[in-house]
Write a protein of this length. Structure first.
Length: 363
């Protein structure tokens, strides 16, 4: 089944379709991870995007029941050089093609993903379409140039109602902007009593749950597309300890008076080096984001930069100078990727412990 990947600049790639046979339009991005395709395709932060894998072979270890980051994948489509037809792994339960068909996600293989990646690196992320070979490229390009991509990705992937994930430790309210299950797993491992709430939950409703700490999750899209969340986070700063990841990091920065901007082609992969400015140590991190915090806007806030990306110098971590709150742009829960900074969850636990102790002293 021949398919075309057509970019808004007129570039056409012809390859073989697999997964669902439906046509799609989305933002074309690339990820550099060598493994972890199951986690990537089920990461809600990829909502609405056509994801290109730079590693040439995808699907070789199949799909298993344990490595999903959400129940309902939100990725728009996949682009790969070669898709393995016959996976080989003791955990494999189905092939990538079978899973994509089941979830109605289209994909294309057999194209030059190196050329596609170089186009994105040179010109930035582009709108693209995966369509049948019968479609005329000129007409598709016209549709792409006129297309307006959705801005409600957070609403698409966030939980619609609050639910508990019980534990006997500190109570954490987790604001779900497109939460990866890995974050919930790390909190569970530390016996936290977690309550997951929708993205539009108000600060008053959150504080009524009497949390010991608040987690701001990852999620898709532009943080400025969820202004209600920025206002909620602004009201929560200083109330209880806060830990933000990825989109949560950006929302925290905006709520504190800083600004964000869109990166040319984003950070996506499992081997991005990040330097901790306090210790001087470098960690390899898992990343997936299109936006970053503008360093020039930090000066007039109560924030300090704690981590930087060594590839391009962008901000990767922030801490509040007065209140117990910190954030990172990358994914310390990994999934996929290295777990070099998994200890940040322990830091969050200790922050809640210290805050609880101070509250007892005041009482």
């Amino acid at each position: 089944m021949k398919k075309q990947l057509i970019l808004e600049d007129g570039t056409v790639f012809t390859g073989k379709g697999f997964g669902s046979d439906k046509d799609v339009i989305g933002e074309v991005v690339f990820t550099t991870g060598m493994t972890g395709y199951q986690e990537i395709l089920s990461d809600p932060s990829y909502c609405g995007q056509i994801v290109t894998f730079t590693y040439p072979l995808v699907g070789n270890y199949g799909i298993n029941r344990d490595d999903f980051e959400t129940i309902r994948p939100a990725v728009k489509a996949l682009v790969v050089k070669e898709a393995a037809d016959f996976p080989s792994n003791f955990r494999s339960e189905m092939s990538l093609d079978e899973y994509l068909k089941m979830k109605q996600i289209p994909a294309i293989c057999g194209i030059d993903t190196r050329k596609l990646t170089r186009i994105i690196r040179q010109y930035g992320t582009l709108k693209g379409a995966i369509v049948s070979v019968e479609e005329k490229a000129e007409e598709v390009v016209h549709r792409l140039q006129a297309a307006v991509l959705p801005t409600d990705q957070v609403d698409q992937v966030s939980t619609k109602s609050a639910y508990p994930n019980p534990g006997r430790g500190y109570r954490v309210v987790l604001m779900d902007f497109g939460m990866k299950h890995g974050i919930l797993r790390e909190l569970n491992n530390r016996d936290c009593d977690v309550i997951v709430v929708p993205h539009d939950t108000t600060a008053e409703e959150i504080l009524q749950l009497n949390p010991d700490g608040i987690m701001l999750s990852n999620g898709p899209g532009d943080p400025k597309d969820v202004p209600h969340a920025i206002e909620t986070v602004r009201k929560l700063i200083g109330q209880v300890p806060i830990f933000g990841i990825c989109l949560g990091h950006q929302l925290f920065a905006l709520a504190s008076g800083a600004n964000t901007f869109k990166l040319k082609f984003g950070h996506r992969g499992s081997n991005h080096p990040v330097k901790d400015l306090a210790t001087g140590k470098t960690a390899l991190t898992s990343q997936n984001h299109s936006y970053a915090v503008d360093e020039e806007t930090i000066a007039n806030t109560e924030l300090k930069v704690t981590h930087i990306a060594l590839n391009d110098g962008t901000i990767e971590g922030l801490a509040h100078k007065t209140y117990p709150a910190f954030t990172v742009q990358y994914h310390p829960e990994a999934s996929p990727g290295p777990e070099d900074d998994n200890h940040l969850f322990d830091r969050f636990i200790n922050m809640m412990k210290e805050h609880a102790g101070k509250e007892l002293q005041h009482a």
